[in-house]
Structures are given as structure tokens and as C-alpha cells.
Design a protein around this ligand. Structure first.
Ligand code: GLU
Length: 349
């Protein structure tokens, strides 16, 4: 009888401990302004990627009320230096962490310049429904009113909110939650730089909890067919910018350098200047996949709009901006060279 009592007591204690156990959130630090140090608290001159992961965690002890926190430093760079090699390491590492029962969510601290690209890349290559939150800062860690600490606190809050699961990779900046496909950096210096354009935010964080208003409908994470687990490099894809009287030289240079694809940041609905158009037709004939996108910050680039894509076998990026279209084309070319299939990817992802 006594031993039965002890057994029940032990089980009750264990159950209590389990109920009280906080979610386990792993932070992968990559650098950026959130880890940047300015010459002085009021200076705009600073160097990104100076402060290590433990300093970031120690600066916001309140996150320990929300979660059990662990961290690692993957790289410490300004995100203008983000590259394929780091992306591959990051995606593989996140997949490894989230496959383990020991972790419930991952946060990636990141520079803001290319945060939207990394978010979209991970959205296509992470194989888990557990939350993956990207966070950064527009002001260096020692600036007056640095936004890094509150952004990190909000990111942890989002990571532990159950509704964050299955929403794909999320960007958490300035109290707002944005989805990886539509998020754009819209301002060079303001702390409210991140927006979803006409698609808006998907949610917000308030008082240590995420609240959602909508969920992304495109394919992502567990529903994505793109797999980087065996990749060591990507097909080469460049971007050509459109403007009045544009030179065809960049397009020709990409073809000569053996690139596999080129995205056009075209004018209006993804239109080319005539010399660039001729170079693009020639590139496509030589097997370099052309995807038309637009330098307009909002609105789709439509298939067979002013350009007869079906005739030239160009693809249209639809709602993806040029920098994200480049990522989808890069991953698409790991699976197919068929322009129709590539167009289908642009419809689905
Ligand atoms: N250029 C740096 C970066 O993207 C600083 C910008 C920022 O993080 O806000 O990492």
C-alpha cells in the first residue's frame, strides 16, 4: 500500500513537471544589426554582426519566462553577405534541430537587408511544421531605443504560441508577424520597415503572445517538394534590372558565364526593353531559363500579359518579387528544366 502511494506521488510530481515544462526554443544567430554595435548610442555609423548569441540572450532575460532557451552562432555577418553556402548550412541545421523531440521551435536572428530572401528560402526547404521565426533589428544593439531586444522577446513569444505551427516561416519585426512569401523590406532605416504590401500582416504580438489574422495559402515547409539535404550547391541564377534604354550586356554576360537561369526585374508587368528582350529570347534558346518579374513593389507579373511567354517559354513570377523569384527558380532548376513545370511552381509556391 505504501509503495503504491509513493508510486502515485512520483507520477503526480512527474506529470506536474511535464505540465509546467516550458517550450524549448533554439536560437540560431547569423549576425545583422540586432548584433551590431554603433560608434555611439546616437550614431548611424555602425558595424553589423559584432555581438555574439549569448550577449543577445543575456540582454533579454524576460525570454526565459516564456521558454527554455538555447542558442548557437552559425555565422556573424551583415546579411548583405548571405550566400548559398550559409543558406544550405542553415536549412540543414534547422531540419536537424526540428526533427529532434528536444526542440519545439527555432528562431533565426538575421540582418534585415536579405531577411526576406532567407525567410522565403527556408519556407521552401524546412521540413517541419514547428515554428521557425526570423527576427532582426533596424537599430544597433547599443543605439538609443534599440529595437532588437523587444523584437527578440516578441519572436520568442511567437515561437511558443501554438498557433504559430504550420504557418511556414514567419518574420517577426516591430510587433508584427509577416509571412515569408509576401514580406518585404520597404524602408532603409525606419524600424517599421517590414510590410506584407497589399497582403498585409498575418498577425501581431502583444503581451507575450502571438495573435493571427490569416494564414498563408501557398505551399511551404512540410508541403514543399524542394529538398536540400543532399545538395552542396545551387544552379546559378542572376537578376537583370529593367529601365528605359536598358543595356542587354548583363543578360548576355550571365549567359556567357554559364548561368542556368535569369530573373528579369522588368518594368511594369515584367516588360523588357527591346534589346534586353532579344537577348532573353536568345538566352532561352540556349537553355537559360528566363523568369519575368517586376521592379514594381506590388502587383503580380502576369503570364502571357504583354509578353507572349508561351511562345518564348519564359515563366512569369506572378506574386513573387525578383529576389524571391530568383530563389524559387534556383530550387526549381534542381528538379526540372521544363518551363511549364517551372511555371507551375510559381503558381503553387
Ligand atoms: N546590412 C546589415 C544586415 O542586413 C544591417 C542591416 C540590418 O540588419 O538592419 O545585416
Amino acid at each position: 500500500m505504501k509503495s503504491l502511494k509513493i508510486l502515485f506521488l512520483t507520477l503526480a510530481l512527474l506529470a506536474g513537471a511535464l505540465l509546467e515544462a516550458k517550450p524549448r526554443v533554439h536560437i540560431i544567430a547569423t549576425g545583422g544589426t540586432i548584433a551590431g554595435v554603433a560608434a555611439s548610442a546616437s550614431s548611424s555609423a555602425y558595424v553589423a554582426g559584432q555581438v555574439g548569441i549569448q550577449t543577445l540572450i543575456d540582454a533579454v532575460p524576460q525570454i526565459l519566462d516564456l521558454a527554455e532557451i538555447s542558442g548557437e552562432q552559425l555565422v556573424n555577418i551583415g546579411s548583405q553577405d548571405m550566400n548559398d553556402e550559409v543558406w544550405l548550412r542553415l536549412a540543414k541545421r534547422i531540419n536537424e534541430i526540428l526533427a529532434s523531440d528536444r526542440y519545439d521551435a527555432v528562431i533565426v536572428t538575421h540582418g534585415t537587408d536579405t531577411m526576406e530572401e532567407t525567410a522565403y528560402f527556408l519556407n521552401l526547404t524546412v521540413k517541419s511544421a514547428k515554428p521557425v521565426i526570423l527576427v532582426g533589428a533596424m537599430r544597433p544593439s547599443n543605439a538609443i531605443s534599440a529595437d532588437g531586444p523587444v523584437n527578440l522577446y516578441n519572436a520568442v513569444a511567437a515561437a511558443v504560441t501554438p498557433q504559430s505551427q504550420g504557418k511556414g516561416v514567419i518574420v517577426c519585426m516591430n510587433n508584427q508577424l509577416l509571412d515569408a512569401k509576401t514580406v518585404i523590406k520597404t524602408h532603409t532605416i525606419n524600424s517599421d520597415s517590414f510590410e506584407g504590401g497589399p497582403f498585409g500582416i498575418i498577425g501581431y504580438v502583444h503581451d507575450g503572445r502571438a495573435h493571427y489574422l490569416q494564414a498563408p495559402l501557398n505551399r511551404h515547409t512540410v508541403n514543399s517538394e524542394f529538398d536540400v539535404s543532399n545538395l552542396t550547391e545551387f544552379p546559378k541564377v542572376g537578376i537583370v534590372y529593367g529601365y528605359a534604354n536598358a543595356s542587354p550586356l548583363p543578360m548576355k554576360a550571365f549567359v556567357e558565364a554559364g548561368f542556368d537561369g535569369v530573373v528579369l526585374a522588368g518594368v511594369g508587368d515584367g516588360n523588357f526593353y527591346k534589346d534586353v528582350f532579344d537577348a532573353a529570347v536568345e538566352a532561352q534558346k540556349q537553355g537559360v531559363q528566363i523568369v519575368r518579374s517586376s521592379r514594381c513593389p506590388t502587383g503580380p507579373t502576369c503570364l502571357n500579359g504583354e509578353v507572349d511567354d508561351s511562345r518564348y517559354h519564359f515563366a512569369a513570377s506572378l506574386d513573387l518579387n525578383p529576389q524571391k523569384a530568383r530563389i524559387l527558380l534556383m530550387l526549381a532548376l534542381t528538379r526540372t528544366r521544363d518551363w511549364r513545370q517551372i511555371q507551375k511552381y510559381f503558381e503553387e509556391y
